[in-house]
Design a protein around this ligand. Structure first.
Ligand SMILES: Cc1cc2nc3c(=O)[nH]c(=O)nc-3n(C[C@H](O)[C@H](O)[C@H](O)COP(=O)(O)OP(=O)(O)OC[C@H]3O[C@@H](n4cnc5c(N)ncnc54)[C@H](O)[C@@H]3O)c2cc1C
Length: 416
């Protein structure tokens, strides 16, 4: 630790990945400045479903994706949509996404997703315990339920992949599901349960809690939108909004907005936003659910958050600039009511978030191709809350020059 006492670091982006990286670097002896254009947890880490999917390994591009293309293009409110206005820009990403559906690629992507998610439980527990935030995380598992035999049968490939990679899961029948969640409609015949998974009752409070702990141990938080990043003779410089930050190391953790900064270090990464929505509904005093639950056939989640029931859903490839289309989440309300008949469907608020996604579903973690002083940490797609603290530990070890404890080559930026 002493060797890093005078070392400095800038972390750009204060979502779960940036905040936990800043905290771990500061703890390791770096003097860290965390820069965000708005402040902690103002991006995608704010509104997710809070699931820590320990042992999650199924990539988004799976065999059979080609058959979904017509509905992706022509059903504007379907669960997976590509907006025509963004199609030209997204084409290289989409082509690579389709190539990732080949069997050997799927196996590779699953193996290296699992290499990170299998550590998520331990890394989250350590972090939450050390910050005394443990009461915001519950050990309740991750449950997917299916109404029809056909819906469940469609998960066969995913289940085979999980078994092959070694990701543990249980198959549930209707009775098991009712035992776990007696208030769910008794229509669900099949379930997939990953019992080691955790649940964050309030992701926003958790990210703010880590940011507060970071400040408490001497970290600085600055508000600025970084537009240029470059290398100096010794170290790096990040500039934006008339401010300039210099340090020995720079971590780019700006979620879906990272590409513009990473490209300045010769990376040309394939990163796009898989946009998703949430709707908050009133908390239920009783007859509620006790964990986040996926309605398998309908591709949405109900999560019993601290401040109400949160419904999350949708994948919309439409870039970073286009405004939200809240019809996409509102149309799911009748299905949510069907899933949980006690649900109060009075809308509290709606939100659009941008999952930072690569075509192979693997994050980009490691030194930039041009500089050892610039560390990339973005592209965590649907599992960014899950992988945040483990990524932060890897970032810290890279900055410290420690030998890798896991294989890092699958996450390198120039793999595309
Ligand atoms: C509907 C939905 C549900 C989800 N559910 C889950 C779930 O249950 N479990 C799970 O593991 N994951 C889930 N995710 C995914 C997860 O939320 C994301 O992967 C994760 O939040 C990404 O974190 P991040 O720190 O990389 O990015 P972000 O949280 O987006 O943070 C990036 C930060 O960078 C800042 N920034 C951007 N550009 C700049 C700049 N130029 N200068 C300064 N600051 C900048 C932004 O202001 C922002 O604060 C979900 C996502 C969505 C949309």
């Amino acid at each position: 630790m002493a060797a890093n006492q005078n070392k400095t670091a800038i972390v750009v982006g204060a979502g779960i990945v940036g905040v936990s990286s800043a905290y771990m670097l500061q703890k390791a002896g770096f003097s860290v400045t965390l820069v965000d254009r708005v402040g902690p947890c103002s991006g995608t880490s704010y509104g997710n479903a809070g699931a820590i999917v320990v042992d999650g390994c199924v990539p988004n591009s799976m065999p059979g994706i080609l058959k979904d293309i017509p509905s992706m293009l022509f059903d504007a409110t379907g669960p997976l949509t590509v907006r025509w206005s963004h199609l030209a820009k997204a084409t290289p990403w989409l082509l690579r996404f389709m190539m990732e559906a080949r069997e050997e690629r799927v196996r590779h992507n699953a193996k290296f997703l699992y290499q990170i998610t299998k550590h998520a439980g331990r890394d989250w527990s350590r972090l939450m315990k050390s910050l005394k935030l443990d009461d915001l995380m519950k050990d309740v598992g991750w449950l997917k339920v299916y109404e029809s035999d056909e819906g469940f049968a469609q998960t066969l490939e995913a289940r085979e992949l999980m078994s092959e990679v070694g990701c543990p899961f249980d198959i549930l029948d209707a009775t098991d599901i009712q035992d776990l969640e007696p208030n769910l409609n008794a229509i669900f015949k099949h379930g997939i349960f990953q019992k080691k998974s955790r649940f964050l009752l309030n992701p926003e409070k958790v990210v703010h809690g880590i940011a507060d702990a970071f400040k408490h141990i001497g970290g600085q938080i600055e508000i600025a939108e970084i537009s240029t990043v470059s290398e100096m003779e010794a170290g790096v410089v990040a500039k934006g909004n008339g401010k300039e930050f210099k340090a020995d190391k720079l971590v780019i953790a700006a979620g879906a907005w990272s590409k513009i900064l990473a490209d300045q270090f010769g990376a040309n990464v394939l990163l796009d936003a898989e946009r998703g929505y949430h709707m908050m509904l009133p908390a239920l005093e009783d007859k509620t659910i006790s964990r986040p639950i996926v309605y398998g056939e309908k591709s949405f989640v109900l999560a019993p958050m601290e401040r109400g029931i949160r419904m999350t859903s949708q994948v919309e490839i439409a870039g970073l600039e286009r405004g939200p289309d809240f019809r996409r989440i509102r149309k799911l309300l009748p299905l949510a009511k069907r899933m949980l008949p006690t649900l109060n469907t009075q809308e509290q608020d709606v939100w659009l978030g941008h999952r930072p996604s690569t075509p192979d579903s693997l994050p980009i973690i490691g030194c930039s191709p041009k500089s050892k002083n610039v560390i990339f940490a973005f592209g965590h797609q649907h599992y960014g809350m899950t992988m945040g603290p483990t990524t932060a530990r890897i970032v810290r070890d890279i900055a410290l020059g420690k030998e890798d404890t896991i294989e890092l080559w699958p996450y390198r930026a120039d793999r595309f």
